[in-house]
Design a protein around this ligand. Structure first.
Ligand SMILES: [Zn+2]
Length: 208
């Protein structure tokens, strides 16, 4: 039996790097924004059947809100609960902004941004280094933990300054064995991570 003092997973994901790991049903997953205002692009897959994965659409529809916080149930494309957020000292996480990519960097910023690191490339790098049979077709819309993407009354998305701060964390209880895929966002062109990518800590332990 592990606990918060003796976690089964305890790793620091450096700024701009990906991470993959399995969190078991009944375990708690905690992501800590060590320096503040980092964006943690995250996807979840059923560890035994990766055709089942986190679905922004099913999650938003079920909770009737586009933001994630304590009580939010992260649902799969089969409508099943995957994880439930049980603690959140940040207060808001994004479901809509998606992952940055070479293509979006080029369109949003400038052609010479194409070769900068991006979350989509980090996701693909992590998938290529793990033998899970996943490839670019298996990248649905992701969660951006700690990222602030308010929607205006007119329905427009804004990439706004973050509301997170050093040491804030989000914690969730896994309701199935989940494969976790993280890109600790390397973006340098928008305020999603305050133009300054920083490390995050990922922990997991058995719930009491
Ligand atoms: Zn990114």
């Amino acid at each position: 039996m592990s606990n918060a003092e003796h976690p089964t997973i305890d790793t620091v994901v450096p700024a701009g790097e990906p991470w993959m790991g399995v969190v078991r049903r009944g375990q708690v997953l905690r992501i800590v924004d060590l320096k503040g205002n980092q964006a943690v692009d995250t996807l979840f897959y059923n560890a035994y059947d990766t055709a089942e994965h986190y679905s922004a659409q099913d999650t938003i529809q079920a909770q009737r809100s586009i933001y994630l916080t304590t009580g939010s149930q992260l649902r799969s494309n089969r409508g099943r609960p995957m994880l439930t957020i049980t603690e959140d000292t940040c207060g808001r996480h994004d479901t809509l902004g998606g992952a940055c990519s070479a293509e979006s960097n080029t369109v949003r910023y400038a052609i010479d941004k194409r070769h900068m690191h991006s979350c989509r490339d980090s996701f693909l790098l992590a998938l290529s280094q793990h033998d899970d049979g996943l490839d670019k077709r298996d990248l649905p819309s992701n969660i951006n933990f700690f990222m602030n993407v308010p929607v205006t009354p007119a329905g427009q998305l804004e990439f706004a300054d973050g509301i997170s701060a050093a040491g804030r964390h989000v914690q969730m209880l896994a309701q199935m064995d989940v494969l976790v895929l993280i890109s600790n966002c390397p973006q340098l062109n928008n305020p999603c991570n305050a133009y300054d990518p920083t490390p995050v800590r990922v922990m997991a332990w058995d719930a009491a």
